[in-house]
Design a protein around this ligand. Sequence first.
Ligand SMILES: [Zn+2]
Length: 411
Amino acid sequence: MSKRLRASIRANNKGRSLRPKTAQTGPAPRMPDGKPDLSGIWVQGDGPPPPDPKMLPWAIELTKERSRRNWSDAPGANCLPGSIPLGFYVYPGKEGIVPIAFSRTKDMMQAYEEVTGIPFPYNKYDQTIVRNFNFGGMENITATTLADTEVFFANFDFGKATVQDLVSHELSHSWFGDMVTCKNWSELYLNEGFADFMESVAREKLYGRDSYTRKIRSDAEQFMVDDAVNKRRHGLFNRLADPSSDSLFDTTTYQKGGTVIHTLRQYIGDQAFWKGINAYLNLHKFNNVETADLRKAMEQASGKDLGWFFEQWIYGAGYPKLTVTQNWTPGTKTLRLTVTQTQQLDKITPVAFRLPMDLEIKTASGAVTKPIELKKRVEVLTFKLDGKPTELSFDPQENIPLKTVKIQPVK
Ligand SMILES: [Zn+2]
């Protein structure tokens, strides 16, 4: 499920898109006469009869694209041969939105099959725009519904990336949310955090790592801004979960969920991460899942004990706030750093996060990278350097985007 994106954009960012524009989302294909290229899209009378209007009062069948595919000969695709019909239902006269909003659906589906190693688990996938919808989208199995106002946002350049994220979000629920789904509302991040993360994965596969990183960074920022004012703070495992309340669908479950899954991926590495995802999905196919299932799959795939990781990032709330003071001793060319974790002390936020990361130190002669691991509320680190440091960068690869770092000038 997706929250209403445009509403949250207005509320959180005063009209600016929360997601950066991506230059890669170009205009829809056009015919020489300037009309949208609808080749390959079925028009009424070309396909099966329209749905009974009594059954689907909001769905007006007009266009339906059927995308035939057989990837059995595609190298590395790891997909079963076959075809998945893709359907797009829009209002009469609005067919032009189909190539603009939905043209990458097939590519996203292929990307998800490749990374998870699991073919799309159903026999078709339809996307239908609907009026007066309370959410941005809803991942009904094989029949996703999307708010028309959200989808038509793709008519504007600044809205194209947001709509692609919406389309990839709902599609990813076919694996995370439909094929396996959380056993209880407290672990909704297993559906929504993963769908949020998979938006970034679709970007990575379609547009490259920079687009992925921009999305992860944006998610982290949204969560951290919200965490400062959130009166119902909770961990990803949400002990306050109340299915009768909209509060389930918050930036913790979505954006923090997506960012923490990214951090897990970076910590155990791509190979182990996707191997673990494959095992997790396969083992629990068409069944319910809990946090323990995810942890077990990831521990088996990586060979690492992830108890501490899940304790601080899944069961704990908040994120680390680091303040760094620097002392430079010219005689011995020693840099002494005192790193203090200053996140608020309460019952749900870890007193000290364990943070394995790289520290990049620049001097006049160049940059050196030192692996460090912060574990305590106050940590003192010393480094011998060839000259006075000019710049420090904690976690330059952004493996742990959920953190703030304040660095005091060198003393
Ligand atoms: Zn969702």
